[in-house]
Design a protein around this ligand. Structure first.
Ligand SMILES: [Fe+2]
Length: 274
């Protein structure tokens, strides 16, 4: 793949979540990402709000700071050209955490990567996102295509977007990593031009498939070169620079000879991390 890709969703801080376990695994995984054409990476360990509330955030972040510092030092030495930053994938399992600490946001910007707990969307999800927007931040909802019960229609994701939230899909979903329903849903978002970003969500282990290359190939095979450039390069790069994403031209699947995807509720759900 050519260079110029940027990615703000991965789990590469060693030994803090279900991502990479050691510094060696992290460096190996970053090598694969650089080889695939990424020259800007924000890595985003999971943060459960319920684990970080009640005065526990400072202790939680202290552990992360320690791990992050060793990783950052090693990455700077090995990949001096790489724009490498930190963030979190914030699981919204509680309301009310103050997200003003820049470490909780994506690479020091005003964007914050969020996900719903247990792969289920709580009731009142637009109001939750609205609360984040009201605090002056921009929530980016991770992999909408992976949630249970989102249904085949785009009504809910459109409601999220109306609050000012943005949508990040996973390359792996295009390559079939998350089953046919997730693939159908991500393609539907692209057909309607509502998806803003594509990221790897790479969990940073040697034995894991790095789906970015396969996902990008799958999109190209559908005639989505233009969409790939905006979703994988332009818009994520703009996020690094603190800028809003550009509109993404709708993907025409008819011209690729593929029928419009129809997601069957309940079919093929579930995230398999290999
Ligand atoms: Fe993730």
């Amino acid at each position: 793949m050519a260079q110029g890709y940027a990615d703000f969703h991965s789990h590469l801080v060693p030994d803090v979540d279900d991502g990479s376990r050691t510094l060696e695994e992290s460096l190996y995984s970053i090598g694969r990402m650089v080889e695939a054409g990424l020259d800007r990476i924000i890595t985003t360990p999971h943060l459960w709000l319920s684990h970080a509330m009640g005065g526990r955030l400072a202790a939680y972040l202290e552990i992360h700071d320690h791990r992050w510092t060793s990783l950052e030092r090693a990455v700077r030495a090995q990949y001096p050209e790489l724009d490498f930053r930190r963030g979190f994938e914030v699981m919204l399992d509680r309301l009310g955490l103050d997200l003003s600490d820049p470490r909780l946001r994506l690479g020091g910007t005003g964007f914050v990567l969020v996900e719903w707990p247990l792969h289920r969307i709580p009731s009142g999800s637009p109001a939750i996102l609205e609360g984040i927007v009201r605090s002056g931040l921009v929530p980016v909802v991770a992999h909408p295509e992976r949630y249970h019960g989102i249904g085949p229609g785009l009504g809910l994701v459109r409601e999220w977007k109306r609050t000012g939230a943005l949508l990040q899909g996973n390359y792996g979903s295009l390559a079939g990593q998350n089953g046919p329903v997730a693939r159908a849903f991500i393609l539907r978002m692209m057909q309607e031009g509502v998806l803003d970003y594509l990221c790897s969500d790479f969990h940073g282990r040697r034995e894991y498939t790095f789906y970015m290359v396969q996902g990008a190939r799958a999109l190209r095979e559908l005639g989505g070169d233009e969409q790939l450039a905006v979703l994988g390069k332009t818009n994520p790069a703009r996020l690094f620079d603190g800028e809003a994403p550009l509109p993404v031209p709708p993907l025409s699947l008819e011209s690729a000879g593929e029928a419009a995807p129809v997601a069957a509720p309940g079919e093929g759900r579930g995230w398999v991390d290999e």
